[in-house]
Design a protein around this ligand. Structure first.
Ligand code: CU1
Ligand code: CU1
Ligand code: CU1
Ligand code: CU1
Length: 586
């Protein structure tokens, strides 16, 4: 008996080894013209002359190799969202955090050992390139999946804009937008189109992998005539949980099991409703009701569309299949997120009054080139908002959302446990009754913190490296809603060796790749990039918005009118006008 078990184990091991492969994708990053919503053709960022970008498919234990050739006229970098990259943080991708961006015309290879399974995505992490199209699904198959199903579909949801991200970003961060109204998308897409179809065969069970690749939009997902069971969140398999609908924020993923009906008399509408609460203004022409079709028989009629009902849903109640207990934290960071007009008169985001600004040296290179000083947060510069933790610390982050908007916060290099959720600001002196869920809490890599609420998350600092923690609304990241975790600097250089190809990118762009955040030795931060500070005085955020409007009106008067008039897109002007109307409530 023992022998046969041993043999089985040997067989399983052999099977595992046999399946491990090096899977190579050659990605020429190129501009492509596309018209995914059928309303407007524009230049987008695609791969190998294609848009949508085809999904990456790999299996646990494979090594994923992505050979990038940057054929666009701006630098770029790629982030594999949700991958731990244990000991491999040099290939995590965020520009000026773990690498210099890849210059136009240059090559760079990402080599990523695959240590997880589930549903992920890959996207540009240089400025807002993913908003312009540089994003695609990354599906990691398990060797033996936890749940049985007959077939699967990947359903990538995304918001879509008609203008280039850079153009909208300039307007968003300008002094003419002191309320911080985000650009509202023109469309919502399913698999980068407006008419996605998914064939179902009676009686079969499907795994649907739903990914939200949006810049801003949150969707509510449901399917007419079918029940769904959630089985995965952000790469973590969870106990089957029946739902009629669920919300999915930017950067989150869900897998659901859906059993096909036993007849083919009708086809059914699949719904991804955009949540209007995410938009400052909902333009009349914006179709919030984004749909696709479950097709049983191309000739069959569509079943009458059901009215949308959104489930009250708490992802913190989902139960991971592989339990992981929590522990009392060694380090607690309370981060309060606020948007306000700073002393450059633009609306920026802050965590504890600091708005993120990129350093002159990518933070990972600073960690690896400053010796003993790498444990001193000062070397990373105040405006990368460095949070230093030691190897294997249990780290708790209490995120207080003191803003009128909802924010999906994402941590690179980890999943975190959702251990608490509450109203208002978390007050450690009066903990909520039963606030902390310490029994196998839900784990994921992106969590929604609704307006005027708080969420407590925990993770173990078992992945030496430099990991960004930020709001995954791309506009908010660009507005500075980010901090940087410096994890285990005391042992980082013994684990991470930077491939020399990194420094070629830096040299070509004239970016220094050693020293502190200013590119200097020691703690001399002369010349470091600095962000705007808080406006002086006793103004509240709302008061400042009102004040700034007054100043703008007084100083520019007619000028603003001309600026609006020159704006050829009426809807941006409408947003600004609307922002004025709502300045008191924002
Ligand atoms: Cu990420
Ligand atoms: Cu991401
Ligand atoms: Cu946000
Ligand atoms: Cu990121």
């Amino acid at each position: 008996m023992l022998t046969s078990i041993k043999n089985l184990a040997a067989l399983a091991l052999a099977a595992t080894v046999a399946q491990a492969a090096v899977v190579t994708y050659n990605w020429n990053i190129t501009y492509v013209n596309a018209n995914p919503d059928g309303l407007f053709e524009r230049r987008v960022i695609g791969v190998n002359g294609q848009f949508p970008i085809p999904a990456i498919n790999v299996t646990l234990n494979d090594t994923l190799v992505i050979n990038v050739i940057n054929q666009i006229d701006q630098p770029t970098s790629l982030h594999s969202h949700g991958l731990f990259q244990t000991g491999n943080g040099q290939f995590d991708g965020p520009s000026m955090v773990t690498q210099c961006p890849i210059p136009p015309g240059a090559n760079f290879t990402y080599t990523i050992p695959i240590e997880q399974h589930g549903t992920y995505w890959i996207h540009g992490h240089y400025q807002g390139q993913y908003v312009d199209g540089l994003r695609g699904p990354l599906v990691i198959h398990n060797i033996n999946e936890t749940y049985k199903y007959d077939a699967e579909y990947t359903i990538a949801l995304a918001d879509w804009y008609h203008k280039d991200h850079s153009v909208m970003l300039e307007q968003y961060l300008s002094i003419f937008n002191p309320s911080g109204a985000e650009p509202v998308p023109e469309s919502g897409l399913i698999n980068q189109q407006t008419d996605a179809k998914f064939e179902f065969i009676p009686g079969k069970t499907y795994r649907l992998r739903i990914i939200n690749m949006s810049a801003l939009a949150m969707f509510h997902f449901h399917i007419d005539g079918h029940e769904m069971e959630i089985i995965e969140i952000d790469g973590i398999d969870v106990e089957r949980t029946k739902v009629t609908s669920f919300p999915i924020t930017a950067a989150q993923r869900y897998s659901v099991l859906v059993t096909a009906r036993n007849e083919t008399t009708n086809n059914y509408v699949l719904h991804a409703d955009m949540d209007p609460a995410m938009f400052d203004v909902v333009p009349d022409e914006l179709q919030l009701n984004v749909t696709g079709t479950i097709v049983y028989d191309a000739a069959a009629p569509l079943a009458p569309e059901e009215t949308s009902q959104w489930d009250e849903f708490n992802d913190a109640e989902l139960v991971p299949v592989i339990p992981e207990e929590t522990a009392l934290p060694d380090k607690v960071f309370a981060l309060t997120a606020v948007f306000s007009v700073l002393d450059d008169y633009s609306n920026k985001a802050t965590f504890n009054d600091i708005t993120y600004v990129m350093p002159k040296v990518p933070t990972l290179y600073t960690a690896l080139s400053t010796g003993n000083l790498s444990s001193n947060p000062e070397v990373y510069g105040k405006f990368t908002h460095p949070l230093v933790v030691q190897h294997n610390d249990w780290v708790e982050i209490i995120i207080n959302n003191d803003d009128a908007g909802n924010h999906p916060f994402h941590l690179h290099g980890h999943v975190f446990q959702i251990v608490g959720r509450g109203e208002g600001k978390y007050d450690p002196s009066t903990p909520y009754p039963n606030y902390f869920n310490t029994t196998n809490p839900a784990r994921r890599d992106t969590v929604l913190v609704p307006s005027e609420q708080n969420v407590a998350i925990r993770f173990r600092a078992n992945n030496p490296g430099v990991w960004l923690f930020h709001c995954h609304i791309e506009w908010h990241l660009q507005a500075g809603l980010a901090t940087t975790f410096i994890e285990a600097p005391e042992i980082m250089s013994s684990i991470l060796k930077i491939d020399p190809s990194h420094f070629e990118q830096c040299k070509a762009l004239g970016i220094p790749y050693s020293g502190n955040a200013a590119g200097n030795e020691g703690l001399d931060l002369t010349g470091a990039n600095v962000g705007p500070g808080l406006l002086p005085g006793t103004f509240t955020g709302k008061g400042v918005v009102a004040l700034v409007f007054t100043i703008i009106a007084a100083l520019l008067g007619l000028g603003t009118v001309i600026w609006y008039a020159r704006e050829d897109d009426a809807h941006i002007a409408a947003q600004i006008a609307k922002a004025k109307d709502t300045e008191e409530t924002h």
